[in-house]
Ligand binder design. Structure first.
Ligand code: MN
Length: 175
């Protein structure tokens, strides 16, 4: 995770900043605003904002919704909504994991604000499709698990749930 944060995430930040050198008029926009307007931006920065900006937004979210050995479960309204939609928390996890295992190539699986589980390619996120900020996201790029898990994406996914910080997910839901 340290290498993931200090090298991979940093590279997205550096490349986004470099790309935005050519468009000073965008420099006051927040990363959320850039994500929401990505398709309306000047043509020469769209790809960089989608890929590098997406990388920055997604990883920034990712670090906050994990905590060391959190071992948590959701409660309150989040648990109620998951049970309402999926039947049980375990069934939600199973459907989420299934999408994460089957996502071809690199991408993320999101829990949206509407409690949908959505797999998206590359560094795409729900904001780019007119959606709200997601509640939770799992990075299934190989760089996220290759050092510890080699090719065993399914084991990474299964163990990742032990790190999910549901208190932070709840804070996101309430904000
Ligand atoms: Mn990553």
């Amino acid at each position: 995770m340290q290498l993931h944060h200090q090298k991979h995430h940093q590279t997205y930040v550096d490349k986004l900043n470099a790309a935005l050198e050519s468009t000073p008029e965008l420099k006051d926009l927040s990363i959320v605003e850039l994500m929401k307007q990505v398709d309306l931006l000047p043509a020469n920065v769209i790809e960089a904002v989608r890929n590098q900006g997406g990388g920055h937004y997604n990883h920034s979210l990712f670090w906050t919704i994990m905590a060391p050995d959190a071992q948590g479960k959701p409660s309150g309204e989040i648990l109620d909504r998951l049970v309402e939609k999926y039947g049980s928390f375990d069934e939600f996890v199973e459907q989420f994991n299934d999408k994460a295992v089957k996502l071809f190539g690199s991408g993320w699986v999101w829990l949206t604000r509407d409690f949908e589980t959505v797999a998206m390619p590359n560094q795409d996120n729900p904001l780019m499709n007119g959606g709200e900020e997601p509640l939770l996201g799992l990075d299934v790029w190989e760089h996220a698990y290759y050092l510890d898990y080699k090719n065993k994406r399914d084991e990474y996914i299964k163990n990742w749930w032990k790190l999910v910080n549901w208190d932070e997910v709840e804070t996101r839901f309430n904000s």
